[in-house]
Design a protein around this ligand. Structure first.
Ligand code: 48H
Length: 253
């Protein structure tokens, strides 16, 4: 009888404590894809209080499925080095390296958690907090509440930096474009262009930057914002972008 209640108490008290500890953080990463998780690992390893917010039940984003659901990913040299930091076994294949996408995704998640990042799953970021033309936090709601279309107001969490790691839709940047006037060099959030792996990989890294005061992009969102090509199931750019955005934030904080 009482053990059922103890289980409820253990879960509710632990989660409440975790949530309360996260109402004010150094970095909020939106989206637990390979870029966001990699950014979180480096930031946490550098001693920053970093939380990752993932809409879905499972973190990992688009990496589980490899290419067309063949569970294999391709990386170049720099990506291999980042994968090996978290113990992923890579194998040379022609000019590339390949890894099992399930092993890689699981170890990237574990790497972020082991470094000290907190991952909130099943939580959607639906808005940002802004003050004096600077993004200074995120606004979250339960994914289940949003999926059910219930009119429930969200909660706000403060962050010194926010990272848009939402992948192809670049959701946070689109919100900031609409509500705060984020502008790219071309004047608007462009959306990604057609497949061109080499160029897409190169530009993912180049496009990783602070796009609005307090708001950074990483991974596919960086290319979507700047109108650069997609690159298919080659993931080194995502990992390098996560590392770069962590470095950019560490320079500032
Ligand atoms: C909370 C959210 C929200 C939100 C979205 O798509 P991802 O894997 O992102 P990246 O950039 O780390 O990696 C991209 C890669 O997976 C990919 O798609 C590639 C390389 N494509 C190339 C090609 O040509 O197709 O992960 C983003 C995550 C997902 O898990 C979403 O559920 C989550 O962000 N997310 N979480 N609040 N508003 N929006």
């Amino acid at each position: 009888m009482s053990s059922d209640i103890d289980i409820t108490r253990a879960i509710f008290e632990s989660y409440s404590q975790r949530f309360l500890q996260s109402v004010s953080m150094d970095v909020a990463v939106v989206g637990a894809g390979p870029s966001g998780l990699t950014a979180a690992r480096y930031l946490a390893a550098a001693g920053k209080k970093v939380c990752v917010f993932e809409r879905k039940l499972s973190p990992g984003g688009g990496m589980w499925g490899g290419g067309m659901s063949f569970p294999v990913i391709v990386v170049q040299e720099a990506g291999r080095e980042i994968l090996e930091e978290v113990g992923v076994r890579c194998r040379r294949h022609g000019p590339y390296h390949v890894a099992d996408s399930i092993e890689a995704t699981a170890k990237i998640i574990a790497g972020a958690v082991d470094a000290g990042a907190t991952i909130f799953n099943a939580v959607t970021v639906e808005d940002v907090m802004a003050s004096q033309d600077k993004v200074c936090g995120i606004v979250v709601n339960w994914t289940g509440v949003l999926a059910a279309g219930m009119h429930v107001d969200p909660l706000s969490l403060e962050a010194r930096a926010v990272v848009d790691g939402t992948g192809h839709p670049s959701e946070v940047c689109r919100i900031v474009e609409r509500k705060l006037g984020l502008r790219t060099p071309t004047g608007r959030v462009e959306g990604e262009k057609c497949m061109w792996a080499d160029e897409g990989e190169r530009l993912t890294l180049e496009n990783t930057r602070e796009v609005y005061p307090g708001l950074y992009t990483t991974g596919m969102a960086s290319n979507a914002v700047m109108g650069s090509p997609r690159m298919g199931p080659i993931f080194g750019g995502m990992l390098q972008s996560g590392k770069k955005v962590a470095d950019l934030i560490l320079e500032k904080l």
